[in-house]
Design a protein around this ligand. Structure first.
Ligand SMILES: [Zn+2]
Length: 348
């Protein structure tokens, strides 16, 4: 019995996962057929091949194509339910899932269509034992300033209206270079004033400056990725002192070329410096990974000991945007379960 078995069986939580990046190739095929959308591949094998990440340009094309397959409320419900099934199979108990409303709005899919689907899917997930809350993210990389602002305003509006149905935070995603956080200060201020949390992507493609800007202009409570904070010791000290968590996605960082291999990945250094970290899967279908696989890297490539692994399993609960009572009850449940799993898998 091994640490891998222990991690595989452990209860889990996920804080950085894009709904659209979690759609299985077989589902894309089904949706394309149902909605009459042309795909560049016909068989599942061809589609799976095309789907898996090769370079950023293809990644963007794939993302656009799979989004185009989502037309009806049933489609949005289906992808949410399938994500839930996948997460439940990995013993995930809680997930803050990112969704990008403007991508769909821009294609003429109205709020009611996608949001009803998400809500129905979330309800079914709850019945399966998985709690989902939503992070609605603003898409940053739009050249036309007027359009960029209008879509960001739209996203905040939808997020605020969805608070009763589980929208818990605002995110900021898409092309980081050339689109700094301060462009979206107004929208984040509005969202935060309305009771949303703030978790923008920063410090992935752009260095520490982008993390500082996310903290200063967007009142970021967590940072999506944030790995390049490591390049600024002052920033690392700040994150540790304020206990601002980073949502780290190791495989995503390798595939997008942020780091050439895990030996050079800063996760162990950030953790040693006292920065709270969680490990996540980002776009699991496109990157050919799962949350369990990302977590098993901890005992394998990263060589963490049991104590550190337990900390990383608990961190996403402690640093979730759930209320205090819910966090405490989930943490207690995780601790009890981990105790049992230690006896099962880690004692001779
Ligand atoms: Zn992401």
């Amino acid at each position: 019995m091994s640490l891998i078995d222990y991690i595989t069986a452990a209860p889990k939580a996920e804080l950085h996962l894009h709904l659209e990046g979690a759609i299985r190739p077989a589902t894309i095929l089904e949706l394309a057929e149902r909605n009459g959308v042309n795909l560049p591949a016909i068989t599942l094998a061809e589609l799976s091949e095309w789907f898996i990440f090769r370079d950023f340009k293809t990644f963007v094309t794939v993302y656009g194509t799979l989004s185009n397959c989502l037309i009806t409320t049933d489609d949005f419900e289906l992808i949410t339910v399938q994500l839930a099934e996948e997460l439940v199979s990995q013993n995930v108990k809680y997930a803050e899932v990112t969704f990008t409303p403007s991508t769909h709005y821009n294609r003429g899919i109205c709020q009611k269509v996608f949001f009803d689907g998400l809500t129905r899917g979330r309800e079914k997930a709850r019945k399966m034992g998985l709690e989902i809350n939503w992070v609605f993210d603003i898409s940053r990389g739009i050249e036309d300033a007027e359009m960029r602002n209008a879509l960001a305003d739209y996203t905040v509006g939808v997020a605020l209206e969805g608070k009763e149905e589980g929208v818990i935070a605002l995110g900021l995603g898409g092309q980081e270079a050339g689109f700094p956080p301060q462009l979206f200060q107004h929208q984040f201020s509005r969202g935060i004033a309305g009771g949303l949390h703030s978790t923008p992507h920063a410090g992935e493609v752009v260095g520490p400056a982008s993390v500082w800007d996310a903290l200063n202009y967007l009142q970021a409570e967590r940072i999506g990725h944030g790995v390049r904070s490591i390049e600024d010791p002052q920033l690392v000290a700040y994150l540790a002192e304020r206990q601002i968590p980073l949502e780290i996605n190791p495989t995503s960082n390798l595939l997008l070329g942020i780091y050439p291999d895990l030996d050079q990945h800063p996760l162990p250094h950030l953790m040693a410096a006292g920065v709270p970290v969680s490990v996540n899967s980002d776009d699991p279908a496109l990157f050919g990974t799962t949350l369990t696989r990302e977590l098993t890297l901890l005992s394998g490539e990263f060589g963490f000991d049991l104590e550190s692994i337990d900390q990383i399993l608990l961190n996403p609960i402690r640093h979730s945007f759930l209320d205090k009572a819910r966090k405490e009850s989930l943490e207690k449940m995780f601790l009890t379960s981990l105790q049992g799993l230690k006896q099962k898998y880690l004692t001779n």
